[in-house]
Ligand binder design. Structure first.
Ligand code: SAM
Ligand code: SF4
Ligand code: SF4
Length: 399
């Protein structure tokens, strides 16, 4: 099943370098496990499903659109996502009712946090209606979900209040620098920094905090922005997180040389703004947290904190409790998976909630994905140089 799709080929008989073969792309989906339909193996949710590596299911990321108004070079490069690119037709998209129905089965299995993403989620029409439906879900213990959204910020100033009123709790905003020329080079659509900052301000005013800002660091492109970003967001209550540029998707031409390891990011910031390592706030948290030190070298909580997400240099698969639902209803149990499980056809062929829950439970209990850990065992660049390597794009699966 899913785990076997990453064919590790450590020392194949040929003289080719070690590769992780990733050969499928978007339209391919596994039908849900047939066994899940049989009453004898029905899996009833108890809020505590675990995968083969004993990881619970806590976090669901839902992509609500595969479209975006940016063309970030590391995600939707212009040369590929051009005017001829075949985006999903509207009928393929899950409706809000379908998303909510699927999400409620995930919640029954233990999901406590839902993140809406994309593409650019704020491009999806009437997103507030979906937010209101998801905000009404309760965990088996009767608690509301941690409901959040990741956005490029371009439409946030306009929408922040409506999102909050619909029941959204927090937002994460992506911003790759404060220098306009650098940021425009990253978003590739000439979008100015000031408008994103205005979105962040509006989100703060609407109470969509604590706000996180994600900065993907590409060595040689925007690493000069690390310190200005840290200075800017220190003392503002915004948590700035530096993300290592990942080899996700198959179109961004990823090379290990473009990755700026988190350790270097921390070193650079600490050279001017002394830092202190903080404990993880929650199990499965992707970011390592750092606080600012005061003049005595003690942690100063009032200065705020930063985080580093080291998906490349320090794999965190062992605590990974995330599932991803694509725009058209494919379930992916790893960001680097090459195949999803087609939940939409289950929904549209009249499956009951119990059947849906059982299928989701079986998929999760069968999961043993740990792509980043496996990649870490390979020589630099091996994961990206496999000829014809194909994997799902981040804009489709949701980051
Ligand atoms: N459009 C929204 C945005 O940019 O915030 C949401 C979707 S985007 C795919 C989600 C997150 O993935 C963003 O913070 C983005 O910077 C990050 N991302 C996209 N491609 C990446 C890559 N190759 N490596 C690391 N992070 C990436
Ligand atoms: Fe769009 Fe977000 Fe991808 Fe940039 S990272 S292209 S904003 S989906
Ligand atoms: Fe989770 Fe897959 Fe990323 Fe590992 S590589 S942390 S299993 S999404």
């Amino acid at each position: 099943m899913q785990g076997e799709q990453y064919t590790m080929d450590p020392m194949s008989e040929s003289s080719t370098p070690r590769t992780i073969r990733l050969y499928n792309e978007r339209p391919q989906a596994l039908s849900a496990p047939a066994a899940a339909f049989e009453a004898a193996t029905a899996l009833v949710p108890n809020g505590a499903v675990e995968d083969r590596l004993h990881r619970p299911l806590r976090d669901l990321r839902i992509s609500v659109t595969d479209r975006c108004n940016f063309r970030c070079s590391y995600c939707m490069p212009k040369e590929v996502f051009d005017k001829d690119y075949a985006y999903l037709p509207h009928a393929s998209l899950l409706s809000f009712e379908e998303i909510t129905r699927i999400a409620s089965q995930f919640v029954a299995h233990g999901v406590e946090k839902i993140r809406l993403t994309g593409g650019e989620p704020l491009l999806r029409k009437n997103l507030e209606l979906l937010i209101a439906q998801l905000a009404a879900l309760r965990t088996p213990q009767g608690k509301p979900l941690d409901l959040t959204l990741t956005t490029n910020g371009s439409l946030l100033a306009r929408k922040a209040h409506a999102l909050k009123a619909a029941g959204l709790q927090r937002v994460t905003v992506s911003l790759d620098g404060l220098d306009d020329a650098t940021f425009k080079k990253m978003n590739d659509v000439d979008f100015p920094v000031a408008d994103v900052l205005e979105g962040i301000r509006a989100a703060q005013e609407a109470g969509l905090g604590p706000i996180k800002v994600n900065m993907v660091v590409k060595r040689g492109t925007n690493d000069a922005e690390i310190l200005p970003m840290a200075r800017h967001f220190k003392n503002t209550g915004v948590v700035l997180r530096f993300i290592e540029y990942m080899d996700v998707g198959a179109t961004n031409g990823w090379r290990m040389d473009d990755v700026m390891p988190s350790a270097d990011v921390i070193q650079r910031i600490a050279s001017e703004l002394p830092l202190i390592a903080l404990e993880a706030a929650a199990p499965g948290e992707t970011a390592q947290r750092w606080g600012y030190a005061d003049h005595q070298g003690k942690h100063d909580p009032s200065a705020g904190e930063i985080g580093v997400i080291s998906s490349v240099t320090q794999a965190f698969c062992k605590d990974c409790n995330r599932a991803r639902l694509s725009t058209e209803g494919q379930l992916y149990v790893c960001l680097f998976a090459n195949q999803g499980y087609d939940l939409r056809s289950l929904l549209r062929s009249g499956s009951s909630d119990a059947e849906l829950a059982s299928v989701i439970g079986h998929i999760w209990t069968d999961r043993n994905d740990r792509y980043s850990e496996l990649r870490a065992a390979l020589p630099h660049d091996a994961a990206s140089t496999a000829p014809g390597a194909r994997r799902v794009e981040m804009s489709y699966i949701g980051g």
